[in-house]
Design a protein. Structure first.
Length: 375
C-alpha cells in the first residue's frame, strides 16, 4: 500500500445514492490505495439548514442522503470526519454535517446557496461532481448494511402509539423495495463496459413522479412530455423512447408512453446502442443520474442547461451540446444526425470525461486526496 490510509464507512440511512461512495472506496481498496472498515451506525443525525429565498431556516428534518466517513492517515495520526451530501436539493444542508464534519462533498453544489451559510460552514463544502447509483463489493457486507439501514429507518419513523404495528409493516415494505431497487442490475462494471457499435438515433426515456400535486413535479412532467412530443414530431423514427408506463403517465400523458423495456439492464443496453441521448434535469434542478450514465457509455449528449457547479465543468461543443428549449433540442439533434463526425467527437470526449472525473474510483480518490492535501 503506497499510503497508510484507512476509511471507515458508517452504515448509511440511504443505500441508493451512497452506493457511489462505497463503490469508489471498495475499488480503491482493491488497488491498494487505502483500507476500508465498516462501522455499524444507526444514529438519527437529525437537522436541516435551508438557505432558500436568502434566509437561513433550521428544522429537525432527517437528511438520509448524507452519508458519513472517517478518513485516517495512520502515518501522520490524522483523522478527518467527512460527509457526502448527495441530496437533490441544492439549498438543503445537514445540520449534523455542518457542525461535525471537517469536509462535505455536495452533489447539487450551487455557490449562491453555500455563500449564505456562516463562514465556518461554507468553507467545508466542496463539489462532489457527478454521481450515480452502482454496486460493487458492498455486497460482501450487504447483510450488515441492510440491518443498519432497516433499524435506522425504523428509529426515524417509529412512534409508540396505536399504529405502531402498521408503522413497522410500512418500514419493512419501504426497506424491502429499497433493497430490490439498489441491487437490480446496476453493477459498476456495466457502466465501465463500453462499445462503439451504435445506431445513429436519438434516445430519451424517463419516468413520471407519483407526487403530482407538488409544483416542481408538475413542471418536470410538463417539460418532459412536451419535449417528447416535439422530438417525435421532428425526428420521426429516428427518435426512440418516451415516458415509462405508470399510473401517472398513463392517465396524463398516454401519447408519450414508451413501448421499450424499462428495467435497469434493458435501459442501460438501450443507452449503449444509441448514438445520441437526451438529458433533462432531475427534481429541484438536480443533476439527474442519467447524465453520468450517458457519459459512461460515451454518448453524444444533448443536454438541458443546468445550474449545478461541477469540480470540472462540462463544456458546450466539446463534451456535450446544451439546449434551452424543446425546439432547440430537436434542431440540435437534426444537425447531429446529419453530422456523424461531430457525433463521434462528442462521444469520445464524453467517455473521456467519465474516465477522468466521474468513475467512482477516480472521483472518490480525488475527494480523499483533496482532504489529505489540505491538512
Amino acid at each position: 500500500m503506497d499510503n497508510n490510509i484507512q476509511v471507515t464507512i458508517y452504515t448509511p440511512q440511504d443505500l441508493n445514492h451512497s452506493s457511489y461512495m462505497q463503490a469508489g472506496l471498495f475499488e480503491l481498496e482493491k488497488k491498494g490505495f487505502l483500507k476500508v472498515k465498516i462501522a455499524y451506525n444507526t444514529k438519527k443525525r437529525l437537522g436541516r439548514v435551508s438557505t432558500e429565498n436568502g434566509s437561513l431556516k433550521v428544522s429537525n428534518h432527517p437528511q438520509p442522503k448524507t452519508s458519513y466517513y472517517l478518513l485516517e492517515d495512520l502515518d501522520r495520526k490524522k483523522e478527518i470526519f467527512f460527509a457526502a451530501d448527495l441530496y437533490d436539493i441544492s439549498h438543503f444542508f445537514s445540520s449534523y454535517a455542518l457542525e461535525n464534519c471537517d469536509y462535505i462533498f455536495k452533489r447539487n453544489y450551487e455557490s449562491k446557496h453555500i455563500h449564505k451559510l456562516n463562514t465556518k460552514y461554507k468553507t467545508k463544502i466542496y463539489p462532489a461532481g457527478l454521481t450515480f447509483g452502482c454496486q460493487t463489493d458492498i455486497r460482501k457486507k450487504w447483510t450488515l448494511f441492510k440491518l443498519a439501514h432497516f433499524i435506522s429507518i425504523l428509529k426515524l419513523r417509529l412512534k409508540f402509539d396505536r399504529n405502531i404495528l402498521q408503522r413497522i409493516r410500512n418500514v419493512n415494505k419501504h426497506t424491502s423495495e429499497h433493497y430490490r431497487y439498489v441491487t437490480l442490475g446496476r453493477s459498476l462494471e456495466g457502466f465501465r463496459g463500453y462499445h462503439s457499435d451504435v445506431q445513429l438515433r436519438v434516445f430519451y426515456q424517463v419516468r413520471c413522479f407519483p407526487r403530482i400535486e407538488e409544483p416542481d413535479v408538475k413542471i418536470i412532467h410538463e417539460e418532459r412530455s412536451t419535449l417528447i412530443k416535439v422530438l417525435k414530431k421532428r425526428l420521426g423514427d429516428k427518435f426512440l423512447g418516451g415516458l415509462v408506463p405508470s399510473e401517472v403517465s398513463k392517465n396524463y400523458y398516454p401519447e408519450c408512453l414508451t413501448n421499450l423495456p424499462t428495467d435497469p439492464v434493458s435501459y442501460l443496453n438501450l443507452i449503449k446502442s444509441s448514438a445520441i441521448c437526451i438529458y433533462t434535469k432531475g427534481l429541484q434542478n438536480s443533476p439527474a443520474r442519467k447524465l453520468s450514465e450517458y457519459l459512461s457509455q460515451g454518448k453524444c449528449i444533448v443536454a438541458e442547461s443546468f445550474s449545478t457547479e461541477l469540480n470540472v465543468p462540462l463544456e458546450h461543443g466539446k463534451h456535450l451540446m446544451f439546449y434551452n428549449s424543446p425546439e432547440e433540442c430537436a434542431e440540435i439533434c437534426e444537425e447531429l444526425l446529419n453530422n456523424p463526425k461531430k457525433v463521434k467527437e462528442l462521444s469520445d470526449n464524453a467517455r473521456q470525461y467519465y474516465e477522468d472525473f466521474v468513475d467512482p474510483e477516480i472521483n472518490v480518490k480525488r475527494m480523499i486526496e483533496t482532504m489529505l492535501e489540505n491538512e
